[in-house]
Write a protein that binds this ligand. Structure first.
Ligand SMILES: [Zn+2]
Length: 255
């Protein structure tokens, strides 16, 4: 029985393995720091023992190698079928990224957490606000957020989910510190206010709104320069919105 379960886990685990990829999470963390109040930055750094938001952004993916954290597997994504809202869709009994974000915000606001728990929760929140902005982390059930859609990305085998996690960003060959200011150039006071005035359900519904364009791939599955050209603005927008909203949430909790 035990063997069956572990085989099952092995079969399931390749899905949603990396989220935004290391560069994406670091870009989002860097942008968040630029939009945080001094008070929030100071307190967040205290909880993180001097680490930056950018630095801890990938922690929740790193701990996937540790079975202690297996219960968090479902907290990186949410499944919402086409034509449904989050409210209307069947909820995963093991949780999802939206439920997780709301839980963590409420918990961190209580100010009653043990130091170690607070640090873990904060790192998780930093990661999950980013993940929900990756359009395919709000997935269609039939293809597991694009994971079962095989493509050839710049002549290498991949799948649509992975292209959106890291393929699009990595193919530009920017470091995170080069890409962050490029993305942040589109931040204005107006869109900062507008974007921060929204919640995790809104962010997930926005992610769904890109589906039609994202799934528009040639039948041979070969995507490269044109696909990147068509979607690069969307990638930058989602990185920027994630960073600005992460700042908004952290300002609200620690500002
Ligand atoms: Zn993730």
């Amino acid at each position: 029985m035990r063997l069956t379960i572990s085989l099952f886990t092995l079969l399931l685990s390749p899905f949603y393995l990396f989220s935004w990829g290391v560069t994406g999470h670091r870009v989002i963390g860097t942008i968040a720091e630029w939009h945080m109040t001094d008070a929030a930055k100071h307190r967040v750094m205290g909880v993180l023992h001097g680490a930056t938001v950018a630095e801890v952004g990938n922690w929740m993916d790193d701990i996937k190698s540790d079975p202690t954290y297996d219960s968090l597997y479902n907290w990186h994504f949410v499944t919402i079928p086409d034509g449904f809202t989050y409210e209307q869709s069947e909820k995963n009994p093991n949780g999802d990224v939206i439920k997780g974000i709301n839980f963590l915000i409420d918990a961190l606001k209580t100010d009653e957490l043990k130091k170690q728990i607070e640090e873990a929760y904060l790192k998780m929140l930093i990661h999950m606000v980013a993940d929900v902005h990756q359009p395919l982390h709000v997935g269609r059930p039939e293809d597991k957020g694009g994971n079962t859609i095989k493509v050839e990305w710049f002549w290498s085998k991949s799948n649509l989910h992975r292209v959106w996690d890291s393929g699009l960003i990595d193919s530009q060959q920017y470091s995170f510190s080069e890409l962050a200011p490029i993305v942040n150039r589109d931040a204005t006071n107006k869109n900062v206010n507008e974007w921060q005035n929204s919640n995790a359900v809104d962010w997930a519904h926005e992610s769904m709104s890109f589906r039609k364009a994202i799934y528009n791939i040639p039948t041979d599955g070969k995507i490269n320069y044109k696909y990147r050209f068509d979607h690069w603005d969307t990638v930058k927008l989602r990185l920027l919105q994630a960073g600005i909203r992460l700042a908004g949430v952290l300002n609200e909790i620690y500002g």
